[in-house]
Design a protein around this ligand. Structure first.
Ligand code: HEC
Ligand code: HEC
Ligand code: HEC
Ligand code: HEC
Ligand code: HEC
Length: 311
């Protein structure tokens, strides 16, 4: 063997080692840039179409759907000045300050990492008899959003960095970083996307956590939620008129107790995690509400029956 072949072989072996390491290690992460992750994330879609650019750049919507509204209204706490000139959706600069020197993005504008998501994932947006939109994650997470005695934080709420601990953890081994983790802001995919679940962050506390364990826990919670939903007077589902859903909290036909129960139902439904954000609280809130409906208004079942037959 000549020297060159030895050198070439050694070089090739090294290349292989790098290639294999690259396939499993953090360099896969590096191959999917933050920008690509963000592009695949829901935040990149907040002002996708010309209609949305017009609709979202208005007082009432701009504070969560545009970078300018978020900074002016939520972070600075000022009155809405929408429409904002040259408004953008939730780009890098929505969440990050301008970078210094060659860095394009600086630290997050919200200050503490724990507050990075709260501003927009916190509030009731509309509550009318015929429409309801709500981003209720923070209220569940902190255990303060319900109308009930139950208030409790969980081990999940106590995580120092809050939401981002699970939602922005680097994609673990064997998971696709263009689908979950980091700046995709997703823990798990749903809908048309290929199945992926980033359990990496869970494993610092849970001995095991798999998609099946998660699904089991969510299914149990869904059962309780359905039980509560079935106890409430129904209305047509605005998204699918062939189905019905519990009436919204602002529906004037609800009793005070039912309106409270409806608030709790929709708080949990719109949270989207089926208990994960605060397992003990979500369960107790549903149990307490179901119990109240059973004992607080003994004739409720008859009322519901009378109402449904009257429609
Ligand atoms: C307090 C912040 C906030 C305000 C104010 C707000 N939104 Fe949203 N909006 C969100 C969040 C957060 C989501 C994602 C919610 C989720 O899935 O839990 C969302 C989701 C949506 C979606 C669904 C997007 C999709 O691709 O499915 C639409 C449509 C929407 N908002 C329209 C509006 C309109 C119109 C207004 C003004 C009347 C408005 N929003 C005001 C925070 C807000
Ligand atoms: C919805 C808010 C949000 C958006 C949009 C966003 N980021 Fe971030 N970014 C964060 C948060 C939160 C962190 C974590 C900060 C911490 O740990 O203190 C972070 C961290 C980072 C970091 C340092 C950590 C790392 O992962 O290397 C960089 C660099 C970064 N972002 C770049 C970007 C770029 C580039 C974009 C646009 C393509 C972007 N971000 C869009 C919220 C956001
Ligand atoms: C400036 C407001 C804002 C901030 C800050 C923000 N979000 Fe969002 N988020 C939104 C809006 C608006 C949507 C809906 C976008 C759409 O689909 O049009 C959304 C959607 C999402 C979704 C998808 C929900 C669904 O039903 O598909 C997830 C997950 C999410 N955000 C997580 C986070 C996390 C984690 C953070 C903190 C790092 C964060 N968001 C910070 C406004 C915000
Ligand atoms: C313990 C880990 C964990 C923490 C902490 C956490 N989440 Fe989640 N989140 C999840 C999981 C798991 C889901 C369920 C995903 C699924 O089943 O599709 C979820 C669902 C969601 C959804 C609905 C996503 C969708 O696709 O419908 C949003 C939005 C969201 N979380 C935002 C937040 C915000 C905001 C915070 C902080 C207040 C937070 N999460 C804290 C794990 C977490
Ligand atoms: C900081 C530690 C910690 C992390 C990280 C963590 N968990 Fe947990 N989790 C706990 C503890 C402790 C409990 C027990 C109940 C409680 O305190 O709410 C729990 C309870 C749960 C439950 C309810 C269990 C049941 O029997 O219904 C689910 C589901 C869950 N976690 C899912 C997750 C997922 C998914 C992740 C990652 C995305 C995660 N957790 C990350 C500490 C953690």
């Amino acid at each position: 063997m000549t020297r060159t072949t030895v050198a070439l072989r050694a070089g090739f072996a090294l290349f292989l080692v790098f290639l294999l390491a690259g396939l499993r290690g953090p360099s896969v992460q590096a191959q999917v840039s933050i920008r690509q992750q963000w592009q695949a994330s829901p935040h990149a879609r907040s002002m996708d179409t010309p209609e949305e650019r017009e609709r979202m750049n208005t007082a009432g919507c701009a504070r969560c759907h545009t970078a300018q509204g978020y900074q002016h209204e939520i972070l600075a706490g000022l009155e809405s000045a929408a429409p904002y000139p040259e408004a953008t959706g939730l780009t890098c600069m929505a969440c990050h300050a301008e970078g210094e020197g060659r860095r394009r993005v600086g630290p997050i504008r919200a200050g503490a990492a724990r507050d990075a998501c709260r501003g927009c994932h916190d509030e009731l947006v509309t509550n009318r008899p015929n429409s309801l939109s709500w981003c209720s994650q923070w209220g569940i997470f902190e255990g303060t959003g319900g109308r009930a005695q139950t208030t409790s934080a969980s081990a999940h709420s106590q995580m120092e960095n809050g939401c981002i601990t699970c939602h922005m953890a680097p994609a673990g081994d064997g998971t696709d970083p263009s689908l979950v983790g980091g700046h995709t802001f997703r823990v798990k995919t749903k809908g048309d996307l290929p199945r992926a679940f980033n359990a990496g962050s869970c494993l610092s506390c849970h001995k095991i956590m798999t998609g099946e364990i998660l699904a089991d826990s969510q299914a149990q919670l869904q059962e309780l939620l359905d039980e509560l939903g079935a106890m409430l007077p129904q209305r047509p589902d605005p998204e699918d008129p062939s189905r019905t859903v519990p009436r919204f909290p602002a529906d004037p036909s609800l009793s005070a107790l039912q309106a409270r129960a409806s608030h709790n139902y929709w708080l949990v439904e719109k949270d989207g995690s089926l208990g994960v954000h605060n397992p003990g609280y979500t369960r107790n809130l549903l149990l307490e509400t179901i119990g109240e409906l059973k004992t607080g208004e003994p004739d409720l079942a008859e009322k519901i029956a009378a109402e449904s037959s009257g429609r």
